[in-house]
Write a protein that binds this ligand. Structure first.
Ligand code: SF4
Length: 338
């Protein structure tokens, strides 16, 4: 079977995305790197404003490497999957120290950086350095699963191995950078998750799923597991000036390194015990609307409890002038305080 690269590149020249903020001629590998990390699990339309903002704060690798983790997380807040930001920051320090501040151009060295897998490394070096590499991000997995009617979910190692072999088979040695962008664009704009626009697809002639009318069956879904729900209370300590108390979360675990309200088990006994430990004169003012936040493996139900307190030992912050990164549910709780 021939490669899809020829019709795909022809389509890309006419219909691909050529003016994204991280695309340049010549490419700036720092910009490409930041964008590829942001684009892991996040769509282009969401990433654009975060990317522009991030580059304004950290215009080059030296600026990122010398920034504090809090300031990096603050610019990332809202984009989710915060390990990406912490790894980006760690990588910038490694590059500053071990590679004299120049992004490495050897794929093994790039894969060795925290948070960068084979596909992301391939994309960065293909687009940012015009090297020949195959990629297999979510878009490419979807396109190739349909094009070849690949059975099984890509979370299973055999299926993943098959998809990598197909990705390598289709990847051309010329215009590799354009092909990388083109196949991502095809997945993002035409071969979309729920309603692929096959009539406009440049590779429909060879696409097995299109020929059989089975597009929506591929990629095969992940074998089902019921998501568990977990419930916690978040204690929104407020002083007389209306300022709130936030604490920095540990680096490991959910929302690592971000700032959040103190939390405890969602029971009256545990809430009262935790409040008394914080400030013996504190008392519950009211509860706010619960917030549901879903992670890959479970739903978290957050019940916010506003607590008035007068103690002076902790540092309170003005909610509308926060200079630290906070998780999305904390922002939703702060909005309810207005
Ligand atoms: S023909 Fe349809 S299913 Fe096949 S690759 Fe194109 S958009 Fe995807």
């Amino acid at each position: 079977m021939g490669s899809i690269s020829k019709p795909l590149l022809q389509w890309f020249d006419q219909h691909g995305r050529h003016s994204l903020p991280w695309q340049g001629n010549p490419a700036n590998i720092y910009h490409v790197w930041i964008s590829e990390i942001m684009l892991q699990q996040t769509q282009v339309s969401t990433v654009i404003s975060y990317f522009n903002n991030f580059i304004r704060y950290f215009p080059n690798l030296a600026a990122l490497a010398s920034a504090s983790e809090d300031s990096v997380l603050a610019q990332w807040a809202g984009l989710g999957y915060y390990a990406r930001a912490r790894n980006l920051h760690k990588s910038s320090k490694i590059i500053a120290q071990d590679y004299q501040g120049v992004f490495p151009v050897n794929i093994e060295q790039v894969v060795a950086l925290p948070g960068i897998g084979e596909s992301t490394a391939g994309a960065i070096l293909s687009i940012g350095h015009n090297q020949n590499h195959a990629i297999l991000d979510g878009n490419v997995k979807r396109v190739l699963s349909r094009y070849h009617q690949v059975k099984g979910h890509y979370g299973q190692s055999e299926t993943l191995k098959q998809l990598w072999a197909l990705a390598k088979q289709h990847t051309p040695n010329t215009r590799n950078n354009d092909y990388t962008q083109a196949i991502m664009d095809l997945g993002a704009t035409l071969c979309t998750r729920s309603r692929p626009d096959c009539s406009r697809c440049p590779v429909k002639q060879g696409c097995q799923a299109y020929q059989c009318g089975t597009q929506t069956e591929y990629p095969n879904p992940r074998p089902k597991k019921n998501k568990l729900s977990r419930s916690i209370a978040m204690l929104v300590y407020q002083n007389k000036q209306g300022q709130v108390y936030l604490e920095k979360r540990p680096a490991k675990g959910i929302w690592g390194g971000l700032w959040s309200f103190m939390e405890c088990e969602d029971s009256a006994k545990e809430i009262n015990r935790t409040i008394q430990q914080f400030d013996t004169s504190a008392h519950i003012n009211r509860t706010l609307n619960p917030i549901k936040h879903s992670f890959t493996h479970y739903h978290l139900i957050i019940n916010p409890v506003v607590v008035n307190c007068s103690e002076q030992a902790h540092v309170f912050q003005s909610a509308n002038q926060l200079k630290v990164g906070v998780p999305t549910p904390v922002n939703k709780i702060l909005a309810q305080l207005d």
